[in-house]
Design a protein around this ligand. Structure first.
Ligand code: TRP
Ligand code: ZN
Length: 869
């Protein structure tokens, strides 16, 4: 018999929620002394620990050189503790233990961007969520151990900036060349929120007075040349602080709030207490260098990290299974914040688009897991769309069901009960229930089950009786690891429209008392149910899941006419968009005729352009090839999807005719007063421009070239560049060179230059080779990697041909250097099993060939799951 030599993750590496146990020791305080040198860093720590339950004193630590350890003043010898690759166990520890530990670490060679690492020649930063602190020193590195941190940071004076969490209590010199600072954070916190920064950075300063009258110093640290690009982030920070006071009654609690920007960062940003560390891509914003979408993202990430101060930091997670407690709630909060910054309908459209493009596919494939999983091997693999985005949807459903006032009573109760604690999803739902007086416990099922529920609905109109019946049915795909799936509460926001007049029925008068619909909302919480409306005087068109009131797959037998009707008459902008998406999906995947869509869009757009140009632009969204592919579970042919989508775009361009040029020429973003309106006009103009190019209009390239040259705005410049490059216009080479010259020293703008070329529909293996061999390509900067692989992945035809080796090679390389990134990038290939043969077999082979070559828990777990289908 042949026993496969593939490395499987050993069973004992899996952690289970059901095995949770309280920590045996608590840490009352920790004193850290971090001394950074060019070729090593010394970390000395003093932990004051108290026994809480029986059990060993366990400190976690990884890649640390242990120099010395004393317990209550006594040096420990090697037989008094056990040390392995993961932990240090003190044998027979007394109930009160003061430990003093010396270790040496190497941030200067740490490429994983986790723990303390050198992010640039003149910058050291930390990233400790979820389990990075154990790479700095030995510690009970788990979120339910909260402590008071005092931190001394010492380094050469060539690093003038020495930061840590909390208040600066002392600063001074050490000899001629070195200096130090001491910081004290008054709030107890888990180690994952610890941060320090050592570097040479400039700073933008501002102040904010809280509702309680606290005067807070605000500081954003970045490279000198980038300081002018920090103003939008600073405004967003102050706005967020006010917003949390007004909407949740949560003022800020320290005297300073610092943000540090670095390009060496795996994710968007990190909410370390009072000292956020940000990817530059989520801080730097300036119309000249940054696209409108990226500016919106900066504002939402600033808000996100700020909101964590209450939902995540003051109240944290008991264990990492509860990650969506802080992330789901904080994403919901930042989404709500962003709805106030721009067209609320468009914010919802964009959030749902992300959910459907990433979370739905994730949840239908081999990486599917509940928002709160019950086991994992590597927690870093669970910072997923499901935990973040579906987690946010669960909170949105509960908030919507309660309404503003009751939801506020619920969150007030949560903060009152749990401030200063490490809690669970159950605690959150229980507090909401107690505060609001509405039992929400059924929503726990949403947290605990994987998969996107399918919601089947059927409508039946009886013209004689003037009744309209709606019947619902819900179901979930069977999941091997999570049997016993139950029905979930699905809030269905709905409206009825008179198909003849286009008017909306007033549900109060139309709805039957006792049909369960209140304020346009029906809570469907059974396997099946039927409701009936009476007094429906003419045939209705029903609009379901308004504003996407639940994260489900709706199956409703709409006619194309009814969808076109909703596009024109629905008053909810999100559902107008949803109607266009459903209609386009049918045209694309089921071969329906496009005429109805074209007519409806021509009727609708002129009315919307004035009011909400951004919404108008979204109504031209054509589902991406990637999204369309994710809707296909078997015999998926990327090439076929590309052909169908191109054919649709050609039809649209042809049928829209002169509408494109007329609209393009009529619109001027500079005439708009509001940023969000101007952003809409720019978006719409760029779409019109690409349609004109598709029409073969020779003027399109000239207009694009003028737009490229005459603007000082990145969305306009990039929109024009895209049209020229992707259509291989005669001017393409020259503008690419020009763009490079303009932005070669602006890393984030240069990312766009890489991205646009990698995302060329006709990019080839050579294109990718050229980009990855370019002098400005850098495997140490996740943003740069993502610009190429993300660009490549914009075209599934390319992903699934030469892209396969690109992603496999990346995962192999990063497995050792940066396994968090390796695992994430590999996930581009998750849906390999849906491909038609022979591609399916080829990708499978490439993945299997990778298996024996990778070692990190991150990549191994992801790869094993991907292949387990
Ligand atoms: N807590 C961060 C957030 O959502 C997420 C995060 C930032 C993160 N950096 C990370 C998670 C590194 C894992 C690894 O705001
Ligand atoms: Zn977060």
């Amino acid at each position: 018999m042949n026993i496969a030599a593939t490395p499987v993750v050993e069973a004992d590496q899996t952690v289970y929620l059901k095995d949770y146990q309280k920590p045996s020791f608590l840490v009352e305080s920790i004193n850290l002394d971090i001394q950074v040198y060019d070729d090593h860093t010394n970390v000395n720590s003093t932990l004051v620990m108290k026994r809480q339950t029986t059990g060993d004193l366990v400190l976690l630590g990884r890649d640390l050189e242990l120099k010395s350890i004393t317990l209550n003043g006594q040096q420990l010898s090697e037989h008094e503790y056990q040390l392995d690759k993961e932990q240090l166990v003190i044998l027979n520890a007394p109930d009160a233990a003061i430990l003093n530990i010396d270790v040496v670490i190497h941030p200067e060679t740490n490429t994983m961007l986790e723990g303390l690492y050198q992010a640039a020649s003149d910058l050291f930063v930390t990233q400790n969520e979820p389990e990075g602190f154990r790479k700095i020193t030995f510690y009970p590195d788990r979120p339910d151990v909260l402590s008071v941190f005092t931190t001394r940071v010492e380094a050469d004076k060539k690093f003038p900036v020495l930061l840590a969490n909390g208040n600066l209590i002392e600063a001074g010199e050490v000899g001629a060349d070195r200096h130090y600072t001491i910081w004290q954070d008054p709030t107890k916190k888990p180690a994952y929120l610890f941060a320090c920064v050592i570097g040479d950075l400039a700073v933008l300063k501002d102040r904010y007075t809280t509702s309680e009258g606290r005067d807070v110093a605000l500081e954003i640290y970045a490279e000198e040349k980038d300081i002018p690009k920090c103003h939008i982030a600073m405004e967003a920070l102050k706005h967020s602080m006010r917003w949390d006071e007004e909407h949740y009654g949560r003022p800020y609690d320290l005297d300073n709030y610092m943000i540090v920007a670095t390009s060496a960062f795996n994710m968007g940003a990190m909410e370390n207490k009072g000292l956020n560390i940000f990817n530059t891509s989520c801080v730097l914003a300036d119309e000249e260098f940054t696209t409108d979408a990226a500016i919106m993202r900066v504002q939402s990430v600033i808000a996100h990290e700020y909101f964590h101060n209450w939902t995540g930091n003051r109240i944290t997670c008991r264990d990492w299974f509860q990650l969506c407690l802080k992330e789901g709630l904080t994403v919901f909060r930042d989404q709500s914040f962003s709805e106030d910054l721009q067209s609320a309908a468009v914010q919802r459209i964009d959030d749902v688009a992300v959910l459907k493009a990433h979370q739905f596919p994730e949840d239908s494939g081999p990486l599917s897991h509940p928002p709160r999983p019950d086991h994992f091997v590597e927690i870093n693999n669970f910072y997923t769309a499901t935990v973040y985005e579906k987690g946010a949807e669960i909170n949105r459903m509960m908030a919507m069901l309660l309404g503003k006032e009751k939801f506020r009573l619920g969150t007030d109760e949560y903060f009152k009960r749990h401030d200063g604690q490490a809690v669970t999803v159950e605690d959150w739902v229980a507090a909401l229930t107690a505060g609001s007086g509405v039992d929400l416990s059924a929503f726990l099922t949403w947290y605990n089950q994987p998969g996107t529920p399918k919601l089947e609905a059927k409508g039946e109109y009886d013209a004689v009786a003037q009744t309209y019946r709606l019947s619902f049915k819900q179901s979930l795909k069977v999941h091997a690891k999570y049997p016993n799936l139950k029905a979930v509460p699905i809030p269905v926001a709905l409206a009825l429209f008179n198909a003849e007049t286009g008017e909306q029925y007033n549900l109060q008068s139309v709805a039957l008392i006792e049909n369960g619909v209140k304020d346009g909302m029906y809570l469907f919480d059974q396997d099946e149910a039927t409701i009936e409306f009476t007094g429906v005087t003419a045939k209705p068109v029903v609009s379901l899941l308004r504003n996407f009131s639940a994260p489900v797959n709706l199956d409703f037998n709409y006619s194309d006419e009814a969808l076109a009707f909703l596009l024109q008459y629905e008053t909810n902008g999100f559902n107008q968009w949803q109607a266009t998406q459903t209609l386009l999906e049918r045209i694309l995947l089921d071969g329906h005729n496009a005429d109805i869509y074209i007519q409806a869009i021509k009727n609708t757009i002129p009315n919307i352009v004035e009011k909400d140009p951004l919404l108008a632009s979204r109504l031209f969204d054509v589902p991406s090839e990637g999204y369309l592919g994710s809707r296909i579970d078997i015999d998926y042919s990327p090439v076929k999807i590309q052909e169908q989508r191109n054919a649709l775009l050609d039809t649209l361009a042809r049928e829209l005719g002169s509408f494109c040029k007329d609209t393009y020429l009529a619109l001027d973003p500079d005439l708009q007063k509001e940023f969000s309106q101007a952003m809409g006009v720019r978006a719409l103009k760029n779409i019109m421009l690409s349609m004109m190019a598709r029409q073969g209009d020779s003027e399109a390239f000239d207009l694009a070239h003028v737009q490229y040259s005459n603007t000082g705005n990145m969305s306009e410049r990039l929109g024009a560049l895209r049209v020229l490059v992707w259509n291989d216009a005669p001017q393409a080479e020259a503008v690419l060179q020009d763009f490079y010259r303009r932005y070669k020293d602006e890393a984030l703008s240069l990312d766009q230059w890489f991205m646009i070329q990698a995302a060329h529909p006709n990019a080839t293996e050579e294109t990718i080779q050229y980009l990855t061999a370019h002098a400005d390509y850098d495997l140490g900067t996740p943003n740069r990697i993502r610009s190429v692989s993300g660009g490549l992945n914009a075209n599934p035809v390319n992903t699934w041909s030469f892209g396969v080796q690109h992603f496999v090679d990346l995962a192999k390389y990063l497995d050792e250097k940066n396994p968090i990134m390796g695992s994430r990038l590999l996930q581009a290939l998750t849906r390999w099993y849906t491909l038609a043969e022979p591609q399916r077999g080829e990708v499978k082979q490439a993945l299997e060939a990778l298996q024996p070559q990778v070692k990190s828990k991150n990549v191994v777990e992801t790869l094993n799951s991907m292949l387990s289908i």
